[in-house]
Structures are given as C-alpha cells and as structure tokens.
Design a protein around this ligand. Structure first.
Ligand code: FES
Length: 290
C-alpha cells in the first residue's frame, strides 16, 4: 500500500461556491484538558443532517463568522450516528473564538475533505495505534470504527501519551478501551503528578518497551511532530516497513481543497493528497519538514 487510495474521496457538500459553509449547531461541549475542547455538533438543515456522510480520517473546515475558519478532523466515528464531533486545541484566533462559544452557537462547516484511513488494507491485520495529546482525535474516529466492526480486525494495541495527566484527552474513551477485553491499551505521561500512578515516559520509549510485533500488523500514528519524528525510527527498529505505517497530518491548511498551496509537504498537498499518508509516501520529507 505505497499510496493511500483517494478515489473514494467525497464530493464537496457545498454546491457552486466551494467555499460556502453550511450552518451547524454546537450541541455539547466537553472540556478535555485546560486547552482542548470537544464540540458535538449537527447540521441545522434537516436534510443535510440525514444525508451527510464521511469516512474516518476526513476533515472539515469550521468557521466562526466574522473571525475566520480552520480545518479540524472529524473526531467521531461514522459508525456512530446522531451527532458529529471535532476537537480544538486553543492556539490562535479561530481556536480561541471557538473556545468562547457555548451550546446552541451556530458556526460554519464545509467538507468533508481529504482521504480517509484505508479500512480494506487494515482488515485482518493487527492494529497498533500510537497517539500523543490531541493526536488521538483523528485516531479515535478510526478506533471506534474498528471496535464497531471488531470481527474484521485482529489485535488492537493502543499506546497513548500526553505531557501530563491533565493533558490526557478523551478520558472517557480511555476508560472504555481499558474495560474492553479485546483492546490492549497503554497510557503514559511524560511526567506524572502526585496523583498519577500510571506509567511515565515518552510515547516512542513506551512503544519500544511494549514492542508490538510487526507481523501482519499496521501502525497508525498521530501526535505532535516531535513524537512522530521519534516514533518512526522505533517502528522501523521493531520491523515495521514504511508501508506498514500510516499517519495523518495537519499542516498549515487553509483552503482545504488544493487551491491555496499552503499545505505542501514535499510534492504532496496534505489537504488534497492526504491527510492520511503511509510513511512510505512521506519518509523523504518528514525529517526536514515535519
Ligand atoms: S490547504 Fe490550500 S492547498 Fe491545501
């Protein structure tokens, strides 16, 4: 699987003007960490609410009117209907504006864009999910999808880390996966506090200690650039070939549809060719650009 198939990319929802967003309503807000919030949302338009489809790994552009827009992965799984989710780390103008919103607020949404995780390729494989911080957001869209179709996949290992216990996102998911006997989850923090009784250590180090087998396995990685950069060599040491490693990137995206040229990594556009890539596709660019 040297290149992730993008033939199944969804058509843009906005007909005519591709930049025209649809109105969505914030239905619930979850404080994940001091700087990360998850927004549950739904389309205002009844028809769109029923007809909107997406695949795990795709993203959308969300706009706060009068402020601007930014891309976020859809962090819920298409196997769980009723509402959609995206998670936002407060880092700039748009994300701060999103964090100021309350339940009932209306924002813009255009998408879904980009390719998605290659479910066919993952079937009958052992899956090793490796995530750091808010990097769990796109992976949880896939993890829930896999759990909801559990018999199609083999072992599930999840290695998840954050800087501190307070920075662990999606604790309710971590709790569910901990209780799930078919999932092996290891949670770690770079540095614990007085209440932390779990594991300490950086994600790449913990990955090396856990040492999942590369046989009939695929590793799916998402996290801060520094984590990704140090995780790839560990996976190679464990025997994973670049084709057995998949990642999803969020990089300087603006238009989301291959027009502005802002999101290139080497000769690839993250929005148009990704955001899901195999390590084989990006190996040559990753050290210099990510
Ligand atoms: S975000 Fe504009 S080209 Fe990718």
């Amino acid at each position: 699987m040297p290149v992730i198939d993008i033939s199944h990319r969804k058509k843009f929802l906005a007909k005519g003007n591709v930049y025209l967003p649809h109105i969505v309503v914030i239905e619930k807000i979850i404080d994940e960490t001091p700087t990360v919030r998850t927004f549950h949302f739904n389309f205002k338009d009844e028809k769109l609410r029923k007809e909107f489809t997406f695949e795990s790994g795709q993203f959308a552009e969300f706009s706060v009117f009068g402020i601007g827009e930014a891309p976020f992965c859809i962090s819920s799984s298409p196997t769980r209907s009723g509402h959609l989710e995206f998670a936002v780390q407060r880092v700039g103008r748009v994300t701060n504006a999103l964090h100021r919103l309350g339940v009932g607020a209306e924002i813009g949404c255009r998408g879904p864009y980009g390719n998605s995780f290659p479910l066919d390729f993952l079937q009958s494989k052992n899956l090793v999910f490796i995530a750091g911080g808010i990097g769990l957001a796109p992976l949880r869209a896939l993890i829930w999808n896999v759990i909801d179709n559990r018999d199609k996949y083999k072992n599930i290992d999840i290695i998840y880390g954050a800087r501190s216990p307070a920075d662990l996102c999606f604790r309710y998911d971590l709790d569910s996966w901990n209780k799930d006997k078919t999932v092996n989850i290891v949670t770690t923090v770079d540095k614990g506090d007085e209440s932390w009784t779990g594991r300490e250590g950086f994600v790449p180090q913990v990955l090396e200690q856990v040492a999942p087998s590369a046989t009939k396995a695929v590793a799916i990685v998402c996290g801060p650039p520094i984590m990704i950069r140090f995780t790839f060599p560990v996976l190679e040491k464990l025997g994973f070939t670049p084709k057995q490693v998949i990642t999803t990137l969020e990089k300087r995206m603006k238009c989301g549809i291959g027009k502005c040229g802002r999101c290139n990594i080497g000769n690839l556009y993250v929005c148009r060719d990704g955001p899901v890539f195999s390590y084989a596709q990006i190996k040559n660019f990753i050290s210099s650009e990510y």
